[in-house]
Design a protein around this ligand. Structure first.
Ligand code: SF4
Length: 241
């Protein structure tokens, strides 16, 4: 059977075997990040929508899991920002009821976290992952090229609110790109935010080679590490060799 909503199981370096679940048209996002592996955002929106019927997605998951080994995690990705699927919570709850042994995770840009309904929907996940590349408005805009309604202050407030409500692990990811978000003030600001926030993991990455941006200099890498190494949470560097 041809799959519409599921990817292939892949090995994730931190989560084990993950199976991506899609539920939005390519590419629906409130950001248009310079480095996005899904290409350019064609539907830039802050409006949550009922893109596909939950039942159709569940049917495909059922059919797949009767014929294949269970993954460690179902990764609720969507083709863009997962919070834009208005049925996210219902989908996650139904998956949990049917497959309590499979964990759920999602990776969000945090732009809709000001909405209590979005925060509640994300409670269903066993690990929530958020991206935060900058706490400085100018650098945040440069790297994330976001919807005009997105404000860095709202993103940070939303993250803090979610942290106060959610009882399971939160991972924060920062992706650093040369000339995008590597000012001293941003790196130090991120350090301060992360030190106060205390995520379970802080994952620090840099652009992929195919992004065609000059790699970070040794001095920048050294500076980022000198700031983040002393954080009171687990720091994971990826692509910093
Ligand atoms: S938030 Fe994620 S999906 Fe949206 S543009 Fe950025 S990297 Fe791509």
């Amino acid at each position: 059977m041809k799959k519409q909503y599921l990817g292939e199981i892949i090995n994730h370096p931190l989560l084990g075997k993950i199976l991506p679940v899609d539920f939005s048209p390519l590419k629906t996002c409130s950001f248009n990040c310079y480095y996005c592996s899904l290409g350019k955002t064609t539907n830039m929106t802050m409006q949550r929508e009922d893109f596909y019927p939950v039942q159709d997605i569940i049917q495909e998951i059922d059919s797949y899991l009767t014929q294949n080994d269970y993954p460690d995690y179902l990764f609720l990705t969507g083709s863009g920002e997962p919070a834009l699927y208005s049925k996210f919570g219902e989908l996650a709850r139904k998956i949990k009821e049917r497959y309590p042994s499979i964990k759920l995770t999602a990776y969000s840009n945090a732009s809709l976290l000001y909405d209590p309904e979005v925060r509640r929907d994300f409670y269903e996940c066993d690990i929530m992952q958020f991206n935060l590349n900058s706490i400085i408005a100018e650098e945040f805009s440069r790297i994330n090229q976001h919807h005009s309604q997105v404000k860095i202050g709202d993103v940070l407030d939303g993250l803090r609110k979610f942290k106060g409500e959610y009882t399971k692990p939160i991972w924060i990811h920062s992706i650093f790109g040369n000339k995008f978000n590597i000012s001293e003030v941003n790196i130090k600001g991120l350090r301060k935010f992360i030190a106060d926030f205390k995520p379970e993991k802080y994952i620090i990455r840099t652009f992929e080679k195919e992004n065609d941006v000059e790699p970070l200099s040794d001095d920048t890498i050294k500076f980022i590490k000198s700031q983040m190494d002393s954080l009171n949470c687990e720091c994971v560097y990826m692509g910093f060799d």
